[in-house]
Ligand binder design. Structure first.
Ligand code: 13P
Ligand code: SF4
Length: 319
């Protein structure tokens, strides 16, 4: 504990000294989330992280999350230094969508508007017409559908088919998935719901359709936290990364939060449903990058400026 306090104090001093701000995702270690809030940074979903980083006056952003979040920050603010505690923190959706294969997929379907999820590389975003996050993907596709557009969607197949069902849009889906959310199971969730008949079910749309079908609320991490605050219920069953429980418990004290069941694990499994790449962010490597300014995110300027068009479209839509 004393070591933790010491690390936190050093990090706070360095953030100040370097005019740097910490931007954290809800899935990272709770100490990092608290530090971000205590030091005037932000802890949020990926849309708000992008917006906060773009609008903040600090010269250096430290992004505690995964690579696509750091890249988005760099694309939106090429003049800023973007640091990440571990540059190997990636995402299974990003890994499963190779830019060359994706480009060939787009070339084969030139009649479709290309919409990609934020969880992709800068090169994939550069090939897209739109980038969306889970908080606005549905509204953006609904609007494109209303304009008569046919969609090519990548990479998350579960989020894509959820949006397709909700909007009725013509969507051709890339077959990627998130290794954390793909593990949630509908049948086990149904059994758990019987044990907690008063519980509300909160589901991130990267989860399989059988899990989404049992949800009271489907949304981005920020939207799920708002639901935890605003919905009247004694318990909540939560189908997303367990890192989110820290904020839910703080924001809605007195309510009980249970991680939804994953394959072969009981509902009480606290270490299940955690992203291995988000878990690479810790106090020690955060301090080390602040000391050395190593682990800077770089994006090829040409790729970045092409990707920025797709990101800006979303930010303008969501403004
Ligand atoms: P949010 O945009 O909802 O925070 O989701 C990001 C993510 O990686 C979910 O797995
Ligand atoms: Fe990617 Fe899934 Fe980790 Fe989110 S939880 S960063 S989608 S692997």
């Amino acid at each position: 504990l004393a070591e933790k306090v010491g690390l936190k104090e050093k990090i706070k001093a360095l953030l100040k000294q370097k005019n740097a701000v910490l931007v954290a995702h809800y899935y990272v270690d709770s100490d990092l989330q608290d530090l971000a809030e205590e030091t005037g940074g932000c802890v949020s979903d990926s849309l708000e992280m992008a917006r906060f980083g773009r609008d903040h006056a600090a010269k250096t952003l430290v992004v505690a999350g995964v690579k696509f979040m750091g890249e988005t920050a760099k694309i939106l603010s090429p003049e800023k230094t973007i640091l990440m505690p571990d540059l190997d923190a990636t995402c299974s959706l990003d890994l499963g969508c190779d830019p060359v294969e994706f480009s060939a997929f787009c070339d084969a379907h030139p009649d479709r508007t290309v919409v990609v999820y934020a969880n992709t590389s800068a090169a994939v975003k550069a090939r897209a017409d739109w980038m969306v996050t889970s908080s606005v993907g549905l509204d953006i596709v609904a609007e494109l559908h209303a304009q008569g557009k046919k969609i090519l969607w990548a990479p998350d197949k579960h989020l894509g088919s959820y949006i397709q069902k909700q909007t009725g849009a013509d969507m051709l889906l890339w077959q990627g998935s998130c290794l954390v959310h793909d593990e949630f199971k509908g049948v086990e969730l149904e059994i758990l719901k019987e044990q907690y008949p008063d519980a509300k079910v909160l589901v991130h749309p990267e989860s399989p359709a059988a899990v989404v079908a049992l949800a009271d609320v489907v949304g981005s991490t920020s939207q799920l936290i708002n639901a935890a605050i605003n919905l009247e219920a004694p318990q909540f069953i939560v189908a997303t990364d367990n890192g989110i429980l820290h904020k839910m418990q703080m924001a809605a004290p007195g309510k009980t939060f249970i991680v939804a069941p994953t394959a072969g694990n009981s509902a009480s499994c606290k270490s299940c449903a955690h992203c291995p790449w988000m878990a690479m962010n810790g106090l020690r490597n955060l301090l080390s990058v602040l000391e050395t300014e190593s682990n800077q995110i770089q994006v090829d300027p040409k790729v970045g400026s092409e990707a920025k068009i797709a990101i800006d479209r979303m930010l303008d839509f969501a403004a």
